[in-house]
Design a protein around this ligand. Structure first.
Ligand SMILES: [Zn+2]
Length: 227
């Protein structure tokens, strides 16, 4: 199997990630599309960062099937949102949007991320949702979570073999549907960061500044009433 090289989209200036491969992050959010992490958990991410925790985001797809924006604009938006939230690092795994199949290659990409970030807490999409990609990423992450702890599944990052690793706890976050919660995080002091991070995705959500001549099709999340 060819070794996967992730698109490292963002690293904070104070991140020590440049010097070694294999970090210990407090939390890793894995999402199907750029903007999913912000839309579902932006307040929680900002709350953890402001407690001094190391947080990273891994987006599985570039959102190239999205009705609005392009992979290039969404990449720029993801970088801007990462700065708003203050996370340490963000990757994109380049899995095809709308085709998040459970393949050895796609599992390997998530395993490479888990073994690199070595998060204590793993957050991932729910097993039932309006968007099938979210469900597919749920299953992909569960497979990868198990595989990542197996010594005989070998992965490389920048030419170095990665050690097996399995996060201690994993929680599915809510996307479109409300499901019973096992864990609550108080985001009352960081909710504004969530809104600012969402506004960074200016092609995806309604903003007051949006051009009146917006010619792109309206979507479930781009309607003014959605925000
Ligand atoms: Zn999504």
């Amino acid at each position: 199997m060819t070794h996967f090289v992730p698109d490292i989209q963002y690293r904070s200036d104070d991140s020590s990630s440049q010097s070694s491969y294999g970090q210990t992050f407090d939390a890793l959010w894995i999402a199907a599309h750029p903007d999913d992490a912000e839309l579902t958990c932006g307040g929680s991410i900002a709350a953890m960062v402001q407690e001094g925790k190391r947080v990273a985001i891994v987006d599985c797809t570039r959102g190239e099937l999205g009705s609005r924006g392009t992979p290039e604009t969404r990449r720029e938006e993801a970088i801007a949102a990462s700065k708003v939230l203050g996370i340490g690092e963000r990757w994109n795994l380049g899995i095809p949007d709308g085709d998040v199949t459970i393949t050895p290659d796609h599992i390997q990409r998530i395993v490479v991320a888990l073994r690199y970030f070595r998060p204590t807490l793993l957050l991932f999409p729910p097993n039932f949702d309006r968007h099938i990609d979210h469900e597919d990423v749920h299953r992909l992450v569960r497979k990868a979570h198990f595989a990542s702890g197996l010594r005989k599944i070998e992965t490389m990052f920048h030419g170095e073999a990665q050690a097996p690793f399995r996060p201690k706890r994993m929680f599915a976050y809510m996307q479109t549907y409300t499901i019973p919660a096992d864990l609550y995080i108080d985001t009352s002091t960081t909710f504004e960061y969530k809104l600012r991070a969402m506004r960074a995705y200016s092609t995806q959500f309604h903003t007051e500044q949006k051009h009146i001549d917006d010619q792109e099709p309206q979507t479930f999340i781009s309607r003014p009433e959605f925000v």
